[in-house]
Design a protein around this ligand. Structure first.
Ligand SMILES: [Zn+2]
Length: 115
C-alpha cells in the first residue's frame, strides 16, 4: 500500500530528527502532497492514526497535516504552463502534447512541530 509506505518513511525520518534534537514528543507534522501524487488523503490519515498508536510516546497524539500542492504542467511547444488536473497532457494554449509535469508529484515533509 502506497500510503503505508509513506507513513513508515515519514515516521522514520521523524524518529531520526527527534533523536538528533532530543525531542520526546512531536506535536504535528505537515506533509506537502502533490495533486497528482496519487496519495489518498483519507487513507494516509487513517494509516497515520493507526501507526501512531503503534510507535510509542514520540508519536502519541501527533497530528498529520496535509498541504495540497497544485499540479502544474509545462508545454515545450509554447513554453507556457497550465493546471495539470484540468487539462491533462494536452496543452490548452496550443494543443501540443509535448508537455511534462513541473510539480504536483511530490510527497515531502514541510514542517515538524515539536512539543
Ligand atoms: Zn502549448
Amino acid at each position: 500500500m502506497h500510503e503505508l509506505g509513506i507513513v513508515t518513511h515519514v515516521m522514520k525520518t521523524l524518529t531520526d530528527v527527534a533523536a538528533e534534537n532530543e525531542l520526546t514528543r512531536i506535536g504535528s507534522v505537515t506533509l506537502e502532497v502533490g495533486e497528482v501524487s496519487g496519495v489518498i488523503h483519507e487513507q494516509i490519515l487513517d494509516c497515520w492514526d493507526y501507526m501512531c498508536t503503534k510507535r510509542g510516546p514520540l508519536f502519541t497524539g501527533c497530528k498529520l497535516i496535509l498541504d495540497t500542492i497544485p499540479a502544474v504542467t509545462y508545454c515545450s511547444s509554447c513554453e507556457k504552463t497550465y493546471p495539470t488536473v484540468q487539462y491533462g497532457r494536452t496543452c490548452p494554449h496550443c494543443g501540443s502534447g509535448e508537455t511534462w509535469l513541473l510539480e504536483g508529484n511530490q510527497c515531502t515533509i514541510k514542517e515538524i512541530e515539536a512539543e
